[in-house]
Write a protein that binds this ligand. Sequence first.
Ligand code: HCB
Length: 224
Amino acid sequence: MYEVYFSAMRQSIIDGAPDTALTLAQQSVDAGIAPLEAINSGFVPGMHAVGEQFAKGQMFLPDMMASAEAMRAAMTVLDPELKKLGTARSMLGTVVLGTTKGDIHEIGKMLVGTLLQAHGFRVYDLGVDVSGETFSARARAVNADIVGISALLTTTMRNQKTVIEALQKDGLRAQVKVMVGGAPVTRRWAEEIGADGYAKDAMSAVALAVSLMEAKQAIASELT
Ligand code: HCB
């Protein structure tokens, strides 16, 4: 039904056109399209197309940066709409979220943070290029239940393990659950590095965070 919108959204990302992306995002809200549907069916497929074209050498870094700008422009409209969904909910848990050391990709991580907040989690977003020590120190400071680590590069995936090691070193691993994600990350990789879970997208990250909280609560009630 909204295919025309979704196709224009996808194209606005491929074209790296922030003004068009922002206008389309606003129009989709006015037309009653669910913000998550606009993101998942319109804008994110645009980012995937950009990644494919970059990999084939049909697009270059400045194009990819322009596409990221367009995505950010759309999110300035859709992010508050998503957050509104969660305003009346009770707090489910506390999540510390960031993109790992050496990696500056932030769009997927921001989306995960927004949806977690919309579903009742308190989220501390540490940004990009975050070291294991910083993740761990912040997890301690805010008494985090979950640490969510994003990595978009095959070269920075291994730093997800560094975060887990920092949590272990600081004696926090028993109380802090770890979830990992990002385009090159797989369930198998999550198991290999000793994470508690892997999520392929933002909605799965919410479902995973809920189940990790249930697991934490089950252990806590066994101990009391
Ligand atoms: Co970037 N880049 N990039 N990039 N980039 C990728 C990631 C490639 C796959 C493109 C390609 O070659 N096909 C590639 C990585 C190849 C590899 O390692 N396998 C790549 C490369 C090579 C690079 C540079 C090295 C390019 C260069 O400089 N020569 C450079 C690296 C800089 C650095 O980090 N040190 C670079 C730079 C950039 C920018 C700056 C131009 C820009 C980022 C801007 C920004 O974020 N502010 C960028 C972009 C936009 C991309 C692509 C096109 C899109 C990424 C994106 O936003 N996807 C990407 C291609 C792709 O991924 N297909 C390309 C959309 C979001 C919604 O998806 O997967 O990030 P997501 O997140 C999902 C999901 O994974 C999950 O939920 C999210 C929401 O649904 N999730 C989690 C994510 N984190 C989670 C954490 C959890 O706990 C749970 C779930």
